[in-house]
Structure formats: structure tokens, C-alpha cells
Design a protein around this ligand. Structure first.
Ligand SMILES: C[S@@+](CC[C@H](N)C(=O)[O-])C[C@H]1O[C@@H](n2cnc3c(N)ncnc32)[C@H](O)[C@@H]1O
Length: 230
């Protein structure tokens, strides 16, 4: 195997910057966050707003931010956009110009592996984004720490893309997740949790392999390498 890639090299990899990947998921309907996660973000946020007076959504690796922009549109039509904040982050700027017209929507070009939240959120999603990250566990830890008291985190994660001491260790990872109140569904490969968590894995990140080949999505993915510090 060739040497593992550092984060700064990984973000320029053809696998990560691949223009053919699906960055266009809708908020609901066909090819959507609703289909992936089984809820419509606008409905979830509206319910939160009715309970708490406000609501917030952080979408990590948001792609072209189509789901966020459509959600901003729905909230604006309902005239509740002033109570809700939507934040999207992606490595590449494929955001639509129309996104600027929504005061509730803030899109940022950045790598989520270095990004630090400045507030907590009612909803944190990462739809098919972790597949392309180096330190996936660091980003999951950041995401679950950024939840409000009853906030919800949901993301796709293929445990076969996480190597510990040279091999995938799904039993170990599932145990660590359970200990930290994160739920992993091996069938849907969805990781989720409710309420803020402090995820401490005890693992040291070593680097990434962008030549891992396709994972369950059929698209080339990135393997992330960890070890137990001695
Ligand atoms: C398959 S797309 C998913 C986009 C969107 N979440 C969706 O479901 O339609 C994966 C996205 O992750 C982004 N990405 C990859 N590495 C990233 C990183 N380090 N930081 C932020 N975004 C990243 C890619 O640019 C791409 O837009």
C-alpha cells in the first residue's frame, strides 16, 4: 500500500474532488435527504421551532446545498425563516447563487475536518460525506458534541472504511459507539444519536487511503486508518 495521505493531500484527491459524485440531493422526494434519513428536514425544524421558539440545522459535506436551499425556501414560504438557522459546509463551492437570497441560510467553503462549530444545533446531518473524509471519527465526535439537548445527529458511515491496526474493526467500533449512546444500523449504515455526546475513542488517527475503491454506495471511497496509541 502506498503511504497514507495527510488531510491536506486528501482534499485534492480525485476521489474526494470527484465531479461525478451526487451533490444534488433534494430535501424531500426522489434522491433526497428524506429518502436517506426518513424525515423531511423542514418538518423536523418546524416541530423544533414550535417547541423551543427556534431551530437550527448544520449540514456537513452539504454538496451543492440543494436540500438546505429548498428547506430555506419552504421556511420562507411559511414565514418562519427568522426563527431558523441553516448552515452548510462543503469543501467545494458548487452552491447556487440563489442561496444568497435567504437570510436564514449560511454556506461556507471549508474542510469539515478542521471546522469548529460556534453554536449548538437541533439537527446535524452528514449525508454520504463521511465516505470521503480522512479522520471520520474526529468529525463524528465534533458533530455529536455540537448537538442541543435534544438535538439529532444522523450520517452515513461504512465501517469497512475505518481501519484500526490494519483491519476494519466493526465490533470494536460498534461497542465504542454504544458506550457513547450512538446508534449504528449495520443494514442502512446509518449512525445516529440524540442529545450531545462526548465521543472518546482512544484511537490515534494515522492517515487516509484514497485508493480504497468503491464502498457500498458503488462510488470510490476513502479508508481511514487509526491505531491504539502505545
Ligand atoms: C456524495 S457528496 C454528498 C453531498 C450531499 N450531502 C448530498 O447528500 O447530496 C459528498 C460531499 O462531501 C464533500 N466533501 C468531501 N470531503 C470534504 C471535506 N473534507 N470537508 C467538507 N466537505 C467535503 C464533497 O465535496 C461532496 O460535496
Amino acid at each position: 500500500m502506498k503511504p497514507l495521505l495527510e488531510e491536506k493531500e486528501l482534499i485534492w484527491s480525485a476521489v474526494v474532488a470527484n465531479v461525478a459524485m451526487n451533490r444534488e440531493r433534494n430535501a424531500s422526494g426522489i434522491n433526497s435527504y428524506e429518502k436517506e434519513f426518513r424525515f423531511i428536514p423542514a418538518d423536523y425544524l418546524e416541530k423544533q421551532m414550535q417547541t423551543n421558539g427556534q431551530a437550527s440545522w448544520l449540514d456537513l459535506c452539504c454538496g451543492s446545498a440543494r436540500a438546505l436551499t429548498q428547506t430555506a425556501q419552504v421556511l420562507t414560504q411559511k414565514n418562519i425563516q427568522q426563527h431558523i438557522t441553516l448552515k452548510g459546509i462543503d469543501l467545494l463551492d458548487t452552491f447556487p447563487a440563489a442561496a444568497d437570497s435567504f437570510s436564514c441560510l449560511d454556506l461556507e467553503v471549508a474542510s469539515v475536518t478542521d471546522w469548529k462549530p460556534r453554536q449548538s444545533y437541533d439537527l446535524v446531518t452528514c449525508s454520504h460525506g463521511l465516505h470521503y473524509l480522512g479522520d471520520k471519527l474526529k468529525v463524528i465526535a465534533m458533530a455529536v458534541a455540537a448537538l442541543n439537548t435534544k438535538g439529532y445527529f444522523v450520517a452515513h458511515l461504512d465501517l469497512k472504511n475505518v481501519y484500526i491496526n490494519g483491519a476494519p474493526q466493526d465490533v470494536f467500533l460498534k461497542k465504542i459507539f454504544t458506550q457513547h449512546h450512538l446508534h449504528y444500523n449495520a443494514r442502512t449504515r446509518i449512525i445516529s444519536c440524540t442529545g450531545p455526546q462526548s465521543l472518546i475513542t482512544g484511537l490515534q488517527y494515522l492517515g487516509a487511503d484514497d485508493q480504497a475503491g468503491p464502498n457500498y454506495t458503488g462510488q470510490g471511497a476513502v479508508n481511514s486508518y487509526y491505531t491504539f496509541p502505545s
